[in-house]
Design a protein around this ligand. Structure first.
Ligand code: SAH
Ligand code: SF4
Ligand code: F3S
Length: 475
């Protein structure tokens, strides 16, 4: 019926009957953006479907952070070729970082792609889709100095109804030499603090129990009325008086609902301040957990990476966190085999990890990204076997530390926010401790969203397992 209508010449195509399926890759920011996209298209009458088979339009929100992230998406696109063969009307669009990096090349290389939209052009999606419906290929990859989608209330996709991401800023100005993000996401800009608090308030009303404030470098959040990032010292006196930094924002968000847990990611070691740590102490509902990527334990490599801190600075930050918040969980990101890294410098990374005893880490082989400072100025000269061997040593060390730390908690009681059924069994729930360790326990008498005290009976490298001994309403 619908197709007949569409095929009658002269009849305006009814976009409102279209269903979209959105698939997201990469970091939490991409997942949060997909929820903004769902709202923008929802307002134009498109409906979201969780099933790829039911979709008229498939949008893939992509990541470029490492070469293998892009390869995964290319495989996925190849797979979609067969869907397109079955359904010639199927529209396939690429969003996100790979769209921004490859621009119109994506339309040319991947012939099945109909639409390419970069991270700052999602408001344009209805127009772009209309162009595709008219038989054109469409593209918008303009980056913006101001776009934060501030007033758009994201449509929660694949939500557990308990935890949600809230984007507080976009882009990144740091120019770490290995990193593609400044090129794919543009200049750093902060979102209107009021709109952030309002979004958190709505989530609380809907029964959500945890929000994670998202940005590539949350500690440099600064709201002073809008526009591209400025240093505090460069603001006018009036702007300074009215400005809101990250610590202040964190406090405002924590005040919304004392029963709601607040998390944030990512913190940059050069920017996290005592003011943020004291705010964490002041509000019991701000979780004692900091993701603090070191990338390397060698000052020479950190300098080549353009991270703007030294090994000593990083170690001092960790010491300061432990001094002020002894129970704080700390996790890390490490890159193995960056340009010219020597065996001794790799050992410095291992020793930094040994000293800091991270609860867990994300660990990667260095992957050269076209256009980055490192790709232009430095040689990717560490052979893959060497990178991978060093990475194995990094992973083995982290696994040993995680296993020991988790084992030391057997016999203790951990406060957990119940999230959803565990991967392995419907009879078990999983949730996280305040310091962000996964905890698994029998589902009996517990609902997602409940705070429970779990007596830890066993542990693995990645999780704690136990039984519920108490229900409470406190985070
Ligand atoms: N803004 C965050 C990181 C975002 S990217 C921060 O500054 O810490 C997430 C992680 O991917 C980085 O911390 C880094 O460890 C890794 N990464 C980024 N670019 C990479 C590359 N070219 N090769 C390997 N890992 C990379
Ligand atoms: Fe990339 Fe560095 Fe920005 Fe993180 S802070 S997104 S690693 S440039
Ligand atoms: Fe990937 Fe873009 Fe995030 S490159 S890690 S999706 S900002």
């Amino acid at each position: 019926m619908e197709t007949e209508l569409l095929e009658q010449p002269g009849l305006k195509k009814d976009l409102t009957t279209r269903t979209i399926y959105i698939e997201s890759y990469g970091c939490a920011m991409n997942f949060a953006d997909s929820e903004v996209v769902a709202t923008i298209l929802g307002e134009k009458g498109y409906s979201h479907t969780p099933s790829e088979e039911d979709a008229d339009i498939i949008l893939i929100n992509t990541c470029s952070i490492r070469e293998n992230a892009e390869q995964k998406i290319r495989h996925r696109l190849n797979h979609l070729r067969s869907n397109k063969k079955r359904n010639h009307k199927l529209i396939i669009g690429i969003l996100g970082c790979m769209a921004e990096r490859l621009k119109k090349n994506l339309l040319e290389e991947e012939k099945l792609v109909d639409l390419v939209a970069g991270p700052d052009s999602y408001r344009d999606l209805p127009k772009l889709l209309a162009e595709v419906e008219d038989g054109q290929k469409s593209i918008n990859v303009l980056l913006s100095l101001e776009e934060t989608y501030a007033e758009i209330n994201p449509t929660r996709l694949n939500s557990n109804g308990v935890t949600a991401f809230v984007s507080i800023m976009r882009g990144c100005d740091n120019m770490c030499s290995f990193c593609v993000v400044p090129f794919t996401r543009g200049r750093e800009r902060s979102r209107d603090a009021m709109s952030i608090v309002e979004e958190v308030r709505q989530l609380a009303t809907l029964g959500y129990k945890e929000v994670t404030l998202l940005g590539q470098n949350v500690d440099s959040y600064l709201w002073f009325g809008g526009g591209p990032k400025k240093e505090f010292s460069k603001l006018t006196v009036e702007e300074q008086v009215n400005s809101i930094n990250f610590a202040k924002l964190l406090g405002m968000v924590a005040e919304v609902d004392e029963k709601m847990r607040i998390r944030f990611s990512t913190s940059h070691p050069k920017d996290i301040t005592d003011e943020v740590l004291y705010t964490m102490i002041r509000y019991p509902n701000i979780c004692n957990y900091i993701h603090l990527p070191a990338q390397s334990g060698s000052t020479r490599i950190l300098d080549l990476m353009n991270r703007n801190y030294t090994r000593e600075w990083y170690l001092n930050k960790v010491e300061r966190i432990r001094e002020l918040i002894p129970e704080c969980g700390i996790s890390c990101d490490i890159i193995s085999g960056f340009c010219s890294e020597t065996e001794e410098e790799h050992q410095e990374t291992l020793s930094l990890m040994e000293i800091c005893e991270f609860d867990f880490s994300y660990m990667y082989n260095y992957s050269e990204r076209p256009g980055t400072l490192a790709a232009r100025k430095l040689k990717d000269d560490i052979p893959l076997e060497v990178k991978s061997r060093r990475l194995q040593e990094i992973i083995a060390l982290q696994n040993r530390v995680s296993k020991q730390k988790n084992a030391s908690r057997v016999g203790s009681v951990v406060r957990v926010l119940t999230e959803s059924v565990s991967k392995k069994s419907n009879e078990e729930f999983k949730g996280r401790s305040d310091d962000n360790i996964t905890v698994i326990f029998p589902a009996d008498g517990v609902q997602p969203g409940d705070y429970v005290d779990v007596l830890i009976e066993r542990s693995t490298t990645t999780s704690l397992i136990g039984k519920v001994i108490n229900k409470t309403d406190k985070p």
